[in-house]
Design a protein around this ligand. Structure first.
Ligand code: HAM
Length: 424
């Protein structure tokens, strides 16, 4: 067949689904623990939302968005990230009126990037967004919640890196200093960074090319330019993190690829992921709500890449629990037994057991093979003898032990047996 999944996308096949169930379960659990409530927004939005929210000179907006015209000629975009969409929804529904609003989301996002290990055109994020406070204690909570999510997955020893990007007041002077510095080195910078020099000089700091990295290491640091408020915000954040012994380091080269950040930015990275080493990224975005036409709402958030989270679980050999095995496989021998098995299957399901039966018309031997293959804990067999005595033979698939029981007591006995009790 010529039709394939689009480049940079992939199918999550049934034998992989349990991994997604696992990370999603941990995500919902962490969100509940921290008091974040779920929000689901559309997968496409008006293009303008992202142009104004993320910034017209960012790589995402310039090169990576899936933009299309709808039937009325309006420009729409498949969401490349969740923060702008969540802020749009909060403004539209007056969610962040007076008190703090804590939200989370899990879902697919689309960016037209060059696919490589850990980088896809459709990927999944789990994100937290907290709107309504300027205090650094909230930045600390977001970092802590993210860290705890990874711990709940079984991931320890991850590097938390934080930085400050300053604010409207202090960043322009820093930008100017960077432009002056990099202008003197323009010939040594890559061509992409030469463009960034006029459009987005901060992004030169996280260019992956070797030359640009070396130059960036000796570039002026933001810490010489932060205003009093930004400086104290950053110091306070560190105090909060230290007070809960959350290990972190300061990396002045974290600038993030979206223009909405103010003050705190952070990433959690792992060297095991190669060049796409960021498991998550986030920060404060106090001006985003205004940028997209709403009132001023200070906010902070993060988005965690779920593909990269699963990839590191696999790389570290962390055993991801599989979905529960079957409780009972029902085996029928003959038409009459088939009806008994059919109704027994319904009764067992009604009682909450995971059961399966044959729908192909297989004989005893092959039905028992299927019972083994499905990892069922018990087989329930109904043949001529069982029909005569209105009973069912229950077989323990591990020990091979088996015994006949009256049909009416089967559910009770299955329950007892699965809880580790005896047949009687
Ligand atoms: P971001 O850094 O663009 O931030 O993405 C966050 C995470 O999503 C990355 O660290 C990475 O794990 C994953 N990710 C991004 N692009 C891809 C891709 N093409 N393939 C696979 N994984 C990817 C944001 O999206 C911001 N909205 C985060 C945020 C929330 N800031 C404040 N609130």
């Amino acid at each position: 067949m010529d039709i394939k999944a689009p480049r940079g996308t992939y199918d999550i096949l049934p034998d992989q689904a349990h991994k997604w169930h696992y990370v999603e379960k941990c995500a919902h659990k962490t969100a509940a623990l921290y008091g974040y409530r779920e929000i689901r927004t559309p997968v496409f939005e008006q293009t303008e939302l992202f142009v104004r929210g993320i910034g017209e000179y960012t790589d995402i907006v310039k090169k990576e968005m899936y933009v299309f015209k709808d039937k009325k000629g309006r420009s729409m975009t498949l969401r490349p990230e969740g923060t702008a969409t969540v802020v749009r929804a909060c403004l539209e529904h007056n969610l962040a009126q007076s008190s703090l609003t804590k939200l989370y989301y899990i879902g697919p996002f689309m960016r037209y990037e060059r696919p490589q290990a850990g980088r896809y055109r459709q990927f999944h994020q789990f994100g937290f967004e907290a709107l309504g406070s300027r205090l650094p204690s909230l930045d600390a909570e977001i970092i802590q919640a993210t860290f705890d999510f990874f711990i709940s997955l079984g991931l320890k020893d991850l590097q938390v890196e934080i930085n400050s990007l300053g604010c409207r007041e202090c960043r322009p002077a820093y930008k100017e200093a960077l432009v002056t510095f990099f202008n003197g080195k323009a010939e040594e910078l890559c061509s992409e960074c030469n463009n960034r020099l006029t459009q987005n000089p901060l992004r030169i700091l996280d260019c992956k090319s070797k030359n640009c990295r070396e130059i960036s290491h000796v570039a002026p640091s933001i810490f010489g330019y932060l205003c009093g408020e930004c400086k104290s915000h950053f110091t306070k954040l560190q105090e909060y993190l230290e007070s809960v012994k959350l290990p972190f380091s300061i990396n002045p080269l974290i600038v993030r690829g979206l223009d909405y950040y103010t003050k705190t930015v952070f990433e959690i990275i792992s060297n095991e992921l190669g060049s796409q080493d960021a498991l998550c990224g986030g920060g404060r975005y106090d001006q985003l709500a205004e940028e997209i036409g709403g009132k001023s709402i200070p906010a902070v958030g993060v988005a965690i890449g779920l593909e990269r989270s699963i990839s590191i679980l696999e790389k570290r050999g962390i055993v991801i629990p599989t979905d529960a095995d079957l409780d009972v496989y029902l085996v029928a021998l003959g038409d009459e037994s088939d009806l008994v098995v059919h109704s027994l299957q319904k009764d067992l399901r009604d009682s909450g057991f995971r059961v399966e039966r044959d729908y192909i018309g297989k004989g005893l031997k092959n039905q028992m093979k299927d019972a083994h293959r499905s990892n069922a804990k018990l087989a329930a067999i109904v043949g001529a003898d069982e029909l005569k005595s209105k009973s069912v033979t229950l077989k323990d698939m591990k020990t091979g032990e088996q015994k006949m029981h009256p049909v009416k007591s089967v559910i009770e006995i299955v329950k007892k047996r699965l809880e580790g009790g005896s047949w009687s």
